[in-house]
Design a binder for this molecule. Structure first.
Ligand code: GLA
Length: 378
């Protein structure tokens, strides 16, 4: 029943789990084990720790590369980069014939100069509305274009993006967040693309990727909240099956992993089950946008005095550690793990600005936290 009511299970557990944890007094022994390393600047970067497993990446904005120390921090810790913003159509091609690719190129140059992989995030983002969907090409208009016009524009867009960046980017999120939460509603109903063309926009996107991409490129369906809801997971696999039944190549699935500390269904068990299923379907997997909120629900007030309670710190560290254990176990299909941001000061979660949050492995000064030492301890 919980699978049919999105968020209900989470809401239920989000109330009880913290209560149980607080009352039972979570052991902080393990936290102490890693706390002793805090302040150690002489650590081995996480990408190097994982060099026999998979690339470890981060999401960046080009402007961050100008901040003091950031380039060195990235070079020390990551060997793969995702464009946090500057490869989305809304950023690089906000109007017909208008291209803003200065930031994109800056990230590419940095990655190339340092031998890093690049992830192409993203071609068709289901919930992003751009000029390409509009009757007269005006991004602010509320009138949609026809399916034929959309497909012509998509063709031109894919051609241009692959011509510009195809030689340096190998892994592509061809569609981002296409699926929905209900068994009777497989695809995101509020997507402009879906409203215009139904699931055919997803088919067209993969056709065009194959038409303009390179043979050794890897094409992904990237999806959010897959671990939280089995119906969403089923819809993701249904999408892959639908595309493959039309003879299209889908190499892998992107599991975003925007997690929170206490959602009980974002469990090791569910992760492992999902990875087994992907393996059976002959799909590569990339963890594409990992971070972990310290709150139980979106509307929760900040923790008193802006201080993260020890039990949450422990719980977060433990969850990160458990997830990385599974990632290592499935290294044959996991082709990369990317964090969404750099550190607690450079994170989309922190920018939400409603309250302090601490979602990543590094603190606001880019120093490794217990989370870092826990995932690197194996
Ligand atoms: C989704 C998108 C990302 C990013 C995040 C929010 O996960 O795939 O590109 O916009 O939302 O930070």
């Amino acid at each position: 029943m919980f699978q049919l009511i999105p968020g209900a299970f989470n809401k239920f557990m989000s109330f009880f789990l913290p209560l149980v944890l607080m009352l039972s007094g979570t052991s902080t022994e393990k936290l102490d084990k890693y706390s002793q390393y805090l302040g150690n600047d002489d650590y081995t970067g996480i990408a190097e720790v994982y060099e026999d497993y998979f690339p470890v990446g981060c999401a960046v904005w080009s402007g961050q590369l100008d901040e003091e120390g950031i380039q060195d921090f990235i070079k020390k810790n990551f060997n793969s980069i995702t464009f946090e913003w500057e490869l989305k159509q809304i950023a690089i091609n906000p109007r017909e014939n208008e291209w803003n690719i200065g930031g994109t190129q800056k990230i590419i140059d940095f990655a190339m100069a340092n031998g890093m992989k690049l992830r192409g995030h993203t071609m068709m983002w289901s919930v992003s509305s751009t000029w390409m969907a509009k009757a007269n090409g005006d991004p602010d208009s509320s009138e949609f274009c026809t399916k034929d016009v959309l497909f012509e524009r998509m063709d031109a867009y894919f051609k241009e993006v692959f011509e510009k960046f195809g030689s340096v980017i190998d892994d592509w999120d061809i569609v981002n967040e296409p699926s929905y939460f209900y068994p009777w509603q497989t695809y995101h109903p509020n997507s402009d693309w879906y409203k215009i063309a139904g699931e055919e926009y997803i088919v067209k996107a993969f056709e065009l990727a194959q038409k303009y991409g390179n043979d050794d490129d890897k094409f992904y369906v990237n999806e959010i909240k897959v671990l939280n809801n089995r119906t969403k997971e089923n819809n993701l696999f249904k999408t892959v099956e639908m595309l493959r039944s039309k003879g299209l190549r889908v190499d892998g699935i992107g599991i975003q992993c925007h997690l929170d500390t206490v959602s009980i269904n974002e469990s090791q068990f569910n992760l492992e089950r999902l990875l087994k299923r992907a393996k059976k379907e002959n799909l590569d997997v990339q963890i594409t946008e990992m971070d972990m909120r310290c709150y139980t629900t979106n509307d929760q007030e900040g923790w008193p005095d802006g201080i993260m309670p020890e039990w949450i710190k422990y719980w977060q560290m433990n969850k990160y550690q458990r997830f990385f254990e599974i990632f290592r176990e499935y290294k044959d299909i996991i082709k990369g793990v990317t964090f969404w941001g750099l550190d607690d000061a450079h994170s989309a979660v922190t920018w939400e600005g409603k309250r302090a949050d601490w979602p990543l492995l590094f603190d606001v000064n880019g120093k490794p936290k217990e989370n870092f030492f826990a995932v690197c301890d194996f």
